[in-house]
Design a protein around this ligand. Structure first.
Ligand code: FE2
Length: 329
């Protein structure tokens, strides 16, 4: 019996994709140097103690917001919805569940709804952002990893099955891959869910949560990841390299994990695949399969399993299933 919950085919409101992440930082200039110069994101604007960044192909105002408060913590996850009317439907959905949705003003975003999901994760929902110039074909300006766009977020979930059930069974997120236990009645250990038709918008990992595990940023290919390693290692950011480069079994992603100046984990990510077909069947992995984490077999450092960014105002909880890290010695 699969522990994967089928996606609600008619969700109460239509999420299009994960659209931005807002992180708290201690020093905007230091963070700007990391994300703009070393990783190659584009700065849209800096205003009122926040820096708004986007990838080279992105035509919207921001996919990453760095705010000079709550250093080391995550302030909010942003999701696009399909239309303005979805915001009204989302308001009604969350209000009915007494989750206190509230309209909010946010620079560069259209009408925005703020709400926390049932697990405490602060969300921003909106249909539009201000249009800005696409830098895709300004090849002469490419820097660092030449990040193209935001791809996904990965979250530690203390109540993983329930969180999956909510996003899949209620909000219509479809599952691309999952890990379950070897028990007679397998339990879900981690899950990759999407709305946009690739492997994921949101992944959940069993652990102390809710916390942000990492932000996944899409790059054009493996060589951009290798180049990022060389740039980081020779421009004062060698300590940012946490894990990789390598290839995940799950999602087939070629990855590099970095820690930004405030400890937020960022993944440079490329090489996944399309999941649009309505009869796509989720791909399952067993927890003890060493190629699940890394196709080449090398394990992750302990920090990978234990460290993440808490959400502002949300006390992380111990996971219902004990964490079993498989670590490098
Ligand atoms: Fe990832």
């Amino acid at each position: 019996m699969s522990p994967v919950t089928p996606a609600n085919p008619a969700p109460p409101f239509a999420v299009v994709r994960v659209a931005h992440v807002e992180l708290g930082v201690a020093d905007l200039e230091r963070s700007r140097a990391f994300y703009e110069e070393a990783l190659g994101l584009v700065v849209t604007e800096q205003a009122d103690g926040a820096l708004y960044l986007r990838g080279l192909e992105e035509r919207s105002h921001h996919s990453l917001v760095l705010r000079q408060e709550a250093a080391g913590r995550c302030l909010r996850l942003g999701f696009r919805v399909a239309a303005e009317a979805d915001l009204e439907r989302a308001f009604a959905f969350f209000a009915e569940r007494e989750l206190a949705p509230a309209w909010a003003e946010a620079p560069g975003q259209g009408r925005t709804l703020h709400v926390s999901d049932p697990f405490g994760q602060p969300l921003a929902l909106y249909a539009s952002q201000a249009r800005v110039e696409r830098r895709l074909q300004r090849y002469g300006e490419y820097r660092g990893a030449a990040i193209q766009r935001l791809d996904h977020v990965n979250l530690f979930a203390a109540e993983l099955q329930a969180t999956h059930d909510f996003y899949a069974g209620q909000l219509g997120f479809r599952t691309s891959e999952y890990t379950d236990t070897d028990e007679a009645e397998p339990r879900l250990w981690a899950v990759w869910m999407h709305r946009k038709g690739n492997v994921h918008d949101v992944a959940l990992t069993n652990g102390v949560g809710p916390r942000l595990h990492h932000v996944g940023l899409w790059v054009r290919g493996e060589l951009d990841v290798i180049r990022a390693c060389d740039v980081l290692a020779t421009t004062g950011w060698r300590g940012a390299l946490e894990r990789g480069p390598g290839r995940h079994g799950i999602s087939n992603a070629f990855f590099l994990y970095l820690r930004d100046p405030d400890g937020h984990r960022v993944e440079l990510f490329t090489g996944d695949y399309q999941t649009l077909d309505p009869d796509f069947e989720p791909i399952g992995w067993k927890l003890d399969d060493p190629q699940r984490q890394t196709l080449w077999g090398h394990p992750a450092p302990r920090s990978w399993f234990e460290e993440g960014s808490p959400f502002v105002g949300v006390e992380p909880r111990e996971p219902l299933m004990p964490v079993r890290p498989v670590v490098a010695r």
